[in-house]
Write a protein that binds this ligand. Structure first.
Ligand SMILES: *Cc1c(COP(=O)(O)O)cnc(C)c1O
Ligand SMILES: [Zn+2]
Length: 423
């Protein structure tokens, strides 16, 4: 871990209220607590650390009076109360769309799409990065960095540019061209690594240990980063009229997002902001990188790492840090983890585009395709209210479908030529 960042790791080195209502970092495994700082592993058992809070009373009205971005939930995040004053990309409060056409096609009565493709850099990663940026600032970091499967690098590079902090982003060198360009426009320091995401991630941890003052959003400030995903859960509940859905389908890469949406629902119940009720959480993976789905189906608790081979590159994490917690949540709530082939991912992209006018990337194709499979296999109840999360934007993964769609005809500019097409 970076020593310069670590210097301010005691609560005394921080300004008052630097992390809002957050109280400490608590180990998910053994509950051991450490002071708020750039820590991510429990010193006792190496389990992952998670932000713990002393929540004040929070009302629906206070939240509704806040800005139309994730900071409306700042009382429930590890950020200072003046967070809106610091330059950031102001992500969140994306559309929750009633998806009647898709629902009819799949035989689901009451279906919603939470469309996170409209965030500032077109994926849900802007949420987590905004929280990580706040932590990096409060800890006095001088470099804002990440290992990424693509979208995270886009979000880090853009947020860093806006905040005026140096950014360095690391990606696998075989990443889709649009995702490379979408980072490189914001930063001069895009580093392509010959290896898969898990190699890139290992390298990032090594650099975090060697360099001073680096905040790696999903490594040494991961507990703060991860909290940003809760805002997806908060928004879904608020946009449903302060209710929880019966079922929710979420893509799984590291598994962080899925575990934090569940944490968000639990916190809303705890705070009395929604009524306590059962809900089922489902995880979606591509078969070419499905370590969590495999463990779910095998009925085992341990995740066996895999070497990813799928077009769903934003989900291609072969050794998912939060995989075991995804398993626990999906089993405990009565949900499931399922996976589909790359062809089904492409079909999922086209299905969402042609039923709802939403162009998703391969991660969303995976989620929609898994939703379809869950209904077909009887694992998801089509009579219950269901939310599916679209986490990214199709323009970043054009290659996935460019061979499948195109002009229906190429014609001479005459009426006769058009009429002959039969369109
Ligand atoms: C990163 C990412 C995910 C999954 O995130 P985890 O929290 O690591 O599981 C899903 N969809 C898209 C588009 C992503 O970029
Ligand atoms: Zn521990």
């Amino acid at each position: 871990m970076s020593t310069a960042v670590a210097e301010t790791s005691t609560t005394t080195g921080l300004r008052e209220g630097a992390f809002g209502n957050a109280r400490a970092l608590a180990c998910r495994e053994c509950s051991h607590q450490v002071a708020l700082g750039p820590h991510y592993a429990c010193p006792e058992c190496f389990g992952p650390l998670e932000v713990a809070y002393d929540f004040p009373a929070v009302t629906r009205e206070e939240i509704a009076a806040g800005p139309r971005n994730i900071w409306r939930y700042k009382a429930l995040l590890p950020v200072p109360t003046d967070i809106e004053q610091s330059p950031n990309t102001e992500p969140g409060f994306t559309r929750l769309l009633k998806a009647d056409n898709l629902g009819r096609t799949l035989g689901i009565d009451n279906l919603w799409v939470k469309d996170d493709s409209t965030n500032p850099t077109n994926s849900f990663k802007d949420r987590v990065v905004a929280c990580a940026l706040s932590a990096a600032r409060e800890l006095g970091a001088t470099v804002f960095a990440c290992p990424s499967t693509g979208n995270l690098a886009n979000a880090v590079a853009a947020a860093g540019a806006r905040a005026g902090i140096k950014t360095v982003v690391f990606i696998p060198s075989n990443l889709e061209q649009p995702k490379q360009v979408n980072s490189a426009v914001y930063t001069e320091n895009l580093v392509a690594v010959d290896g898969n995401y898990d190699d890139v991630n290992r390298l990032a941890s090594e650099i975090a240990g060697e360099e001073e003052g680096w905040a790696f959003v999903n490594v040494n400030v991961r507990p703060f980063y991860a909290e940003g995903s809760k805002t997806l859960g908060f928004e879904i509940a608020e946009q449903l009229g302060w209710r929880l859905p019966d079922q929710i389908v979420i893509p799984v890469a590291s598994g962080s997002q899925l575990t934090k949406v569940d944490k968000a629902f639990q916190e809303l119940i705890e705070l009395g902001l929604v009524e306590d009720k059962p809900y089922k959480v489902y995880g979606a993976q591509a078969t070419g990188c499905s370590p969590v789905s495999v463990a779910f189906k095998d009925g085992v608790d341990a995740i066996r790492p895999v070497r990813p081979d799928t077009i769903a590159k934003s989900l291609a994490i072969g050794n998912p840090a939060d995989g075991i917690y995804v398993l626990d949540i999906c089993r405990r709530t009565g949900g499931a983890v399922e996976d589909i082939t790359d062809d089904e991912v492409r079909e999922g992209i086209l299905l969402l585009a042609r039923t709802e006018g939403i162009f998703t990337e391969t991660a969303g194709g995976t989620t929609v395709g898994v939703l379809k499979k869950l209904v077909e296999t009887g694992q998801l109840d089509p009579a219950l209210e269901t939310v599916v999360i679209n986490t990214g934007m199709g323009l970043k993964t054009l290659d996935a479908v460019s061979g499948r769609v195109g002009p229906a005809a190429t014609i001479a500019p005459s009426y006769d030529a058009f009429a002959a097409t039969g369109i």
